[in-house]
Design a protein around this ligand. Sequence first.
Ligand code: FMN
Length: 200
Amino acid sequence: MQVLWIDGCVRGACSRTRRLAETFLNALAQARADVQIETACLNELGLVPFNEETLRERDGAADFSGREFEAARQFREADLLVFAAPFWEGTFPAALHTYLEHVCVTGLTFRLTEKGYEGLCHAGRAVFLTTRGGIYESGPAVRDNHAAAFLTTVLTMLGVPRLDTVAAEGLDIEGCDVEAALVQAERQARDLAQRIAADR
Ligand SMILES: Cc1cc2nc3c(=O)[nH]c(=O)nc-3n(C[C@H](O)[C@H](O)[C@H](O)COP(=O)(O)O)c2cc1C
């Protein structure tokens, strides 16, 4: 099982989201001997949004063998996609938006037919691990949480039919027991890893 971990945890080693992701990935690796994990670390990749010139260059490429398509090729081949990113302004950090721009390539990861989008990616499912400062799973801010919905839109276009989300939230609210919230989310992450490992 080829797993691609898309690490969008901007705060690196200090990131609580990364802790959640590592718990999930360790549990998955323990549950299945054939798991191979590749990492797309967005802090290190340093991808930048397209501009007029770079988009023209990409559109004009003769094939998909160039470096500019490396992220998209890697994304297309994975069996399981694991996104880890904190909640920022309704979705997640710009680095992950930019990464998605780079992996959405017509003819490589999707194509447009008369019937609409046809995804060309291999993964049958994806996982989204996130942490949030406030509360978005209940109460008035539910409508302001666009992260999983946005990812689902993109993944559907790319042919990945399923996204499971595990979140720890309320972490920046005064008085929050951050450790307890993270431990609870880690438990959910381990359970999800077990279910995915069993789903051969
Ligand atoms: C630039 C920035 C934007 C943020 N935007 C939000 C937000 O809109 N809503 C929210 O609840 N928390 C927001 N947060 C808080 C983070 O979601 C929260 O602290 C999260 O746990 C950070 O994850 P990390 O420890 O993996 O970096 C924001 C944090 C930063 C740094």
